[in-house]
Each structure stands twice: as structure tokens, then as C-alpha cells.
Design a protein around this ligand. Structure first.
Ligand SMILES: *Cc1c(COP(=O)(O)O)cnc(C)c1O
Length: 356
């Protein structure tokens, strides 16, 4: 059945091993992030096989899919008050920035009589203006209260960068985080277990030796799956970038002009599209695949002779004129996928998942 996404499990395992060794050299542990593939257990297992002991996802539903995996599970988005019951059932730890929610978690663990405390990681916002405390005095006060609450355990502190404002991690941000760690430890009178220094965006800094003592872990998704770090968008040595491939089928193939004719209106985003003139006779293929299933902006045809023209919700338009291959209706086109394309392919129920 098409479209389908092919997952190369061996390549995922290989990337995980490579990254694990690389991070270990810098004293960094990895929490493997599974949200890109909707917490698919077949792929999450590759994280475990590659040697990871902690995994994280931004959705409790995805953690639920992973309940049989033996790994510590983190919710990496601040939990909703309305999902606290599921949270304590399926997550061992969560990233938090609201005391009200942490109190609700504490109540829930006590009410259910769960023996193991839920681990709380308090987030500091160091400039990205996404989740976390900007008032670090407040963070320290909250830490003291968490320490005194039943049913929750203050596990550590963390930061997230390069996600909303695309503020890049640097040495001073890492030492700010290490300082927050020290302040919390002084306030509660014991060591914290974990200090989580960010996502794949922090890897480049780590490789430059820019992560100070006191920051001991990273939450990695993109770099494990694509072997890619975010600072220079470069591929890391000894990693595979072809872990995911999307296959779709040609449903129409015709000679058509490169330019549309008639009056051009605005697209569904309110933007008037523009087109490149490549002449009046091009071979155009339509594939049965759309924006519901992938992101045309973050994907590349494996055949270098194919030009991606764009996609609507259910049609992918390609110019195959310059290809060495002689395509016909029913042929399969292969696409290499980037981050958000993989995310959509796994979210789409129309895309079959195949594991090799
Ligand atoms: C998505 C996410 C990650 C993983 O990001 P990558 O860029 O895929 O490594 C880590 N932490 C948080 C809070 C996230 O939302």
C-alpha cells in the first residue's frame, strides 16, 4: 500500500550508538526523544538497543504506546492539568514550570497510592521564551516546595533552547544553568540527579567543549534519527541520514506547460504563488501524497533529476522531465524526509509504516 514510510532500524540503532559514545566522551547522558515518530514502539526499541535508558515524548498518548519498554519515560512538554492522571500512569518524570500542576501531580500520586514518586524537572527559560521560569528566585522557591511535597521527587533542572525564538546555546547559558543547579542544591541541601541542557541544538556546543561541569544530559531527537546537529545543520561523522524514506505512487503523468494559465488567485495561506518558467513542454507527474502526509518543504526526491513543484493536501506535483528514468503511471517515487516530514508521515493514518 502506498504511500508508505520505510524505517531503517539498523541505521537508527547505529546513529544512537554513535551519539551515545560521542556524548559519553563529554560526560553527557542522552534522553532519546520519540515525538518525531509518534512514539512508535518499533523505533523506540532501537533507542534501547542502541544503549539508551531514558526516553521522552511531548505527548502522554505516545508514552502510553511505550509502556512495555523498559526505560525511564519523560513527558517533555509541561503537563496539562487535565492529563495528570494519565501522566502519573505512563510517565516516570516530566518537565515542569507550574507549581499548580506539580501540586496536582503530587495529589494524584498520593491519591492513587503509587509507591514510586513522580520525578519533577524544573525548567528555566534562558531566553528562548518558550517553557520555564524567567525568575530564577521563583524557581528556587518552587524547588523548595517540590522537595517538601509527597508523591513527587525533585529530579533536576533543565532548559530548552532553539525551539521557538531559536536562541542558540552558548557557554554562558550553560553556566547560567549550572549556577541555577547550584542555587537549588544549596536551597534543598542535596545534589540534584540530572541537569538537562537542551536538545539537538546543544550538540555543536558540546563538541566544541562548551558545556561546563554541572550540565550532564541532553534530550535528543533529530540528531539520533538524522545524525544532524542544529547549529550548522551539518551531519555528524559515522551517522546515517537515510533512516526514513517515503514512497509514493504516480497517478498522473502528462506533458504540460511549466506556467499555469488564467488569473492567479491566493493560495490557502492567502499568498499568491509564483512559478518558474521552464518552457511549454515539461513532463509532470502527480503522486498520491499530500500535505496531510508529509511536508514538501522538508523532503528531497532521491532521483536528482526530479524537481519538486509543490503539494496540495492530497497531490504532490513533480517535474520529471530531466530525470534519466522513463517514468510511467504506477511507478514509485522515493523521497528522503526531514524532521517535520517524518512527524507528519507518522501522524498520518494514510501512510503505511514499514520497518526494515
Ligand atoms: C522536541 C524536544 C526535544 C528534542 O529536540 P530535537 O531537536 O529533536 O533534539 C527536546 N526537548 C524538548 C523540550 C522538546 O520539545
Amino acid at each position: 500500500m502506498y504511500p508508505r514510510v520505510i524505517v531503517n532500524r539498523k541505521h537508527v540503532v547505529h546513529n544512537v550508538r554513535t551519539l551515545k559514545n560521542l556524548c559519553a566522551e563529554h560526560g553527557i547522558r542522552i534522553v532519546g526523544i520519540t515525538k518525531v515518530f509518534s512514539g512508535d514502539p518499533e523505533i523506540a526499541k532501537c533507542y534501547i538497543e542502541g544503549g539508551l535508558e531514558m526516553i521522552g515524548d511531548s505527548r502522554v498518548e505516545n508514552l502510553k504506546r511505550l509502556q512495555d519498554l523498559s526505560a525511564e519515560k519523560w513527558l517533555i512538554r509541561p503537563p496539562m492539568l487535565s492529563e495528570v492522571a494519565d501522566l502519573v500512569a505512563y510517565a516516570d518524570a516530566s518537565l515542569n514550570s507550574e507549581l499548580e500542576v506539580i501540586r496536582a501531580i503530587s495529589d494524584e500520586v498520593v491519591k492513587k497510592g503509587i509507591s514510586e514518586s513522580h520525578k519533577v524537572i524544573l525548567m528555566a527559560d534562558l531566553g528562548d521564551i518558550r517553557e520555564g521560569y524567567v525568575d530564577y528566585d521563583e524557581l528556587v522557591e518552587v524547588a523548595k516546595e517540590v522537595e517538601s511535597l509527597p508523591g513527587v521527587y525533585l529530579y533536576g533542572v533543565g532548559v530548552n533552547l532553539t525551539c521557538f525564538s531559536f536562541i542558540t546555546p552558548d557557554e554562558s547559558k550553560m553556566s547560567d544553568l549550572a549556577l541555577i543547579r547550584r542555587r537549588v542544591e544549596d536551597a534543598i541541601g542535596r545534589k540534584l540527579d540530572i541537569v538537562s541542557g537542551g536538545n539537538s541544538g546543544t550538540l555543536a556546543l558540546m563538541l566544541e567543549g562548551g558545556i561546563c561541569d554541572g550540565v550532564d544530559s541532553l534530550r535528543l531527537g533529530e540528531s539520533l534519527l538524522f545524525g544532524k546537529e542544529r547549529r550548522h545543520y551539518s551531519y555528524l561523522p559515522d551517522t546515517y541520514k537515510d533512516t526514513f524514506k517515503l514512497e509514493c505512487e504516480i497517478v498522473e503523468l502528462k506533458h504540460k506547460p511549466s506556467l499555469p494559465w488564467g488569473n492567479i488567485g491566493a493560495d490557502s495561506y492567502g499568498v499568491v504563488p509564483t512559478f518558474t518558467d521552464r518552457g511549454n513542454d515539461r513532463v509532470k507527474a502527480i503522486c498520491a501524497l499530500g500535505k496531510q502526509d508529509f511536508d514538501p518543504e522538508i523532503c528531497t526526491p532521491l532521483d536528482p533529476g526530479i524537481i519538486m513543484l509543490g503539494a496540495s493536501s492530497d497531490h504532490l506535483m513533480l517535474d520529471v522531465t530531466d530525470s534519466d528514468r522513463d517514468y510511467k503511471v504506477g511507478d514509485i517515487i522515493e523521497l528522503e524526509l526531514g524532521y517535520f516530514s517524518v512527524m507528519r508521515a507518522f501522524t498520518s493514518k494514510y501512510v503505511e509504516k514499514v520497518y526494515i
